[in-house]
Each structure stands twice: as C-alpha cells, then as structure tokens.
Design a protein. Structure first.
Length: 296
C-alpha cells in the first residue's frame, strides 16, 4: 500500500492508471509507426510535426528514423518537464521513446521503398486512418506521442493560444518544406492524409459514435418522460421555459442518447404528442456521471 502511495507521489498517477496508459501508448505508438514508416514515407508523404521532419531528414541523410525522432524529441521533452504536469510528461516521455524504438526497428528491417500499398490514394486513406487511430488511442488515455504536441500544450497553458492553431502553423511549414523535397502533388496528398488523421483522432478522442442531445417541448411532458424511461432507462432533465410571446411557463425535456436511440425517442414522442416540438443536435464532448471521462 505504501509503495503504491510512493509511486503516486513520484509520477502523479496510480498504478492502475499508469498501466492503462502504458498499454494504450504501446498500441497507439505502434499504429503511428506503421503508418509513417510502412505507408506514408514509401509514398513520399509525411505526417505532421516532428515525425514529418523526421521523414524529411531521413530522406536527405538516410540516418535511422528512430534516432532522428529521438534526438528531435529530446529538447521538447525537457521543455515539457519544465512547464507541464509531471504525470502528463512522464507518460509522454515513455510514449516518445517507445515511438522512436518502433520507428527505428521498422526502418531498420524494412527497405525504405517497401510499402503496404503503392497506390497513392490508398496510402492517403489507410496511412491517415492508422496514424489517426494511434494518436487517438494515446489522446483518449491521457498521453501524447510527443513532438510539437508538447509545444502546443505549453502555449495553451502559458499563453492561452489554441493548440490547434499553433500546430496548424507548424504543420503548414513542415508540409510546405516537403513540397520542395518531394513535389507539390505529394504535399497535397499529405494534407489529405492529415485531414483524415485528425478526423479519426476526433472520433476516438471524443468517443466513437457521436452522442445526440434532444430538447422536447410538450404539454404531455410527464407521459413522455415516463415512457422513455420505462423503455430506455435514460435519464432526463427538466429545464424551465417561458414562451416569448405568450409568457406561458412550461418544462423542456433535455436528454442525451445515442443516434440509434433517437429513433425510439422520436417514435415515442410522435405517438404521445404529435404536436410536440423536438430539436436534435450532435454533441462535441460529454463528461460527467453516466458518461466515460475524456482526458486531455
């Protein structure tokens, strides 16, 4: 018990959380390494940030990608330990080292021209998806693959600069450089692959299967709530409303559910009160009781 407390004080994480994050980064980093070394690089495309610079330097110098990636990450990790939380940086440091090892091994055993596919479109799609899956798994579990994510986190914490904006500027420069190394066409394909990656990251980071939020206004709100709960066991909340013209007071039913459950709710509402007003929209992120927490 005492050793567990000491470990928690040392890195700011419990054993359980540390093991969970470790498993996530081992899987996530492997997917990122496969995407970069075996799909994007052989097709003369890069990923964003430090790993993108690594691909460019490897093309110019033929030095092992793992070594380049580690040397580029080292000063960024030092900055991170100075400015960011210890618990985040310990896991990020391990992740950066693991990614360097994966990348170095794959680069050492596979020829630089070997690829899972040499079809450029397929390389964009599957390279982007695998890269996004790897990063998303890491982000979902509260860790990072290192690189300029650290710079973005520092800018956010110290100067309140949006992380996305900071990384967009950096990635624009890196991808622009790749246009001179390879070609403009390959740089544009890289943009497509990165767009796919970030879409996948969002899906995994914020939760696969985006939740829906519903607002329902009906004079038969009690019957609707009772029926929905009995059939779906979904919690709901009343929001007090007032008509802007009539000034009549009423209850607004607010609830969160899956896209599939929306169909059931609509059927219930239509059966009980065909004149009910209902608005359905996507949610960007949900945290709290009854929903899995999202880290970072």
């Amino acid at each position: 018990m005492q050793s567990g407390k000491d470990f928690n004080q040392l890195i700011g994480l419990s054993w359980h959380n540390f093991i969970r994050k470790l498993i996530a980064l081992l899987v996530g980093d492997f997917l990122v390494a496969v995407a970069i070394v075996l799909i994007l690089r052989p097709n003369q495309m890069i990923s964003g940030g430090v790993s993108g610079i690594t691909v460019i330097l490897n093309h110019l110098t033929h030095i092992n990608m793992g070594l380049i990636l580690f040397l580029l990450n080292a000063p960024l990790l030092i900055l991170g330990f100075i400015f960011l939380k210890r618990s985040f940086m310990v896991v990020t440091m391990i992740s950066a080292v693991v990614l360097s090892i994966y990348t170095g091994i794959l680069d050492g055993i596979m020829p630089s021209t070997w690829s899972v596919t040499h079809d450029t479109i397929l390389a964009c799609i599957f390279g982007g998806v695998l890269n996004g899956m790897g990063m998303g798994i890491c982000f979902r579990n509260g860790c990072s693959t290192g690189g300029f994510d650290i710079v973005g986190a520092i800018l956010k914490s110290k100067y309140n600069i949006t992380v996305g904006n900071a990384l967009m500027v950096i990635n624009t420069f890196v991808i622009g450089t790749s246009a001179f190394i390879y070609s403009v066409d390959r740089a544009l394909y890289t943009l497509v692959a990165l767009f796919i990656s970030y879409q996948v990251v969002d899906r995994i980071h914020l939760g696969v299967g985006q939740q829906k939020q519903l607002f329902i206004i009906s004079a038969k709100h009690e019957e609707i709530v009772a029926t929905v709960y009995s059939q779906m066991r979904r919690g709901m909340t009343y929001i007090k409303g007032e008509g802007a013209y009539s000034h009549a007071n009423f209850n607004i039913i607010y609830m969160i559910c899956t896209p599939r459950q929306v169909v059931t709710v609509k059927s219930i509402v239509a059966h009980i009160d065909p004149n009910a007003f209902m608005a359905v929209s996507n949610t960007a992120e949900i945290q709290g009781r009854g929903f899995e927490a999202i880290e970072i």
